[in-house]
Design a protein around this ligand. Structure first.
Ligand code: FE2
Length: 326
């Protein structure tokens, strides 16, 4: 069974194709980069609209398949930015109706977990999902994927991008901040913002910008921001693992590419006899293959949707998903 999945929750329009064994036959990722300033949902959606047809064609070419080979269409139903979600949903509906094949709308966060389960060898992890728009700690408990901790304001990637703009480091500044942080030597004082199992980042950003105005080196600011924020993530991830009694931690999202964050999570995992898993980079960031794969396992477990069921949900919560496949 071949599934074509369309991702479109935020800056990335992705089209992936998987088979029933989670072989990734294609995984085309097209990321919108704003010419200046931050991500505007409408402009990102216009980007997705312009390229969605050609991206589907490219994925089919990469997979050496044609549309008639596709058995199921899936798409990211949420959570995400409304205009972007609607592009992916509209393209998926059009294909489903035109080809007369089933359509499945999937939860983007659960897709990060399931592609990790299928491709890294973990079986029942706590997911640390750290991306631009989302920062959540997710685990399967009592029949559902549940959120055990999350950001109370912005996603960590979003905060790093905003900080990058304030410090003139350009957009999608995470990799630049990671590079600068390697040269940092002084741990500067920043608010350590863990509230119960939740975390907050915007106060850290405000404080980091103030440190720049006081004349501190960019390297030390980047180092201090990483050390503080990643320690917060490691703390809540560890407490979630202890609470649900799991010995695997899975990384997901664009910020999971950061080697310092991985290093901290790996150390934490080792100290509690647990194991860390990280999907391949192109399956860790937002991508269509994970959407295709979750669409496949949902369909395979008996889930069916009509076109009326495919309305996008900007605030689609992880624990709203009825997990029929475990
Ligand atoms: Fe994501």
């Amino acid at each position: 069974m071949i599934t074509l999945g369309i991702e479109g929750t935020a800056h990335t329009l992705g089209v992936g194709i998987t088979d029933e064994k989670c072989n990734v036959l294609a995984n085309v990722i097209e990321m919108y980069r704003p010419p200046e300033g931050g991500l505007h949902p409408r402009e990102a959606a216009n980007h997705h609209t312009d390229i969605v047809a050609s991206t589907i064609s490219k994925a089919l070419t990469d997979a050496k398949l044609s549309l008639k080979d596709i058995d199921v269409i899936s798409f990211s139903k949420g959570p995400g930015l409304g205009p972007c979600l609607r592009v992916a949903a509209t393209a998926a509906r059009a294909l489903s109706v035109r080809l007369n094949i089933p359509i499945i709308g999937v939860n983007h966060c659960v897709a990060h977990v399931e592609i990790g389960n299928a491709t890294t060898g973990c079986t029942d992890p706590v997911l640390l999902y750290a991306s631009g728009g989302n920062t959540q700690i997710i685990a399967f408990a009592n029949g559902r994927y549940r959120i055990f901790g999350e950001t109370l304001d912005v996603g960590i990637g979003n905060m790093l991008d905003k900080l990058g703009r304030e410090l003139d480091l350009g957009y999608y500044a995470g990799p630049t901040i990671e590079k600068l942080a390697k040269e940092g030597t002084e741990l500067l004082d920043l608010p350590y913002s863990v509230k119960g199992m939740d975390i907050a980042f915007s106060g850290i950003m405000t404080s980091a910008v103030a440190l720049k105005k006081k004349g501190h080196r960019l390297e030390d600011i980047a180092f201090s921001v990483q050390e503080t924020c990643f320690a917060m993530l490691a703390e809540v991830t560890e407490r979630a693992m202890a609470h649900v009694g799991k010995s695997e931690v899975l990384m997901g999202g664009g910020v999971a590419q950061n080697k310092r964050l991985r290093g901290m999570i790996e150390t934490m995992a080792k100290e509690r006899d647990a194991k860390m898993f990280v999907p391949l980079p192109r399956l860790c960031i937002d991508n269509g293959a994970m959407i295709a794969w979750l669409g496949h396992i949902m369909y395979d477990s008996g889930v069916r949707m009509t076109i009326d069921d495919t309305k996008v949900e900007q605030r689609f919560r992880t624990d709203e998903v009825n997990v029929t496949w475990r």
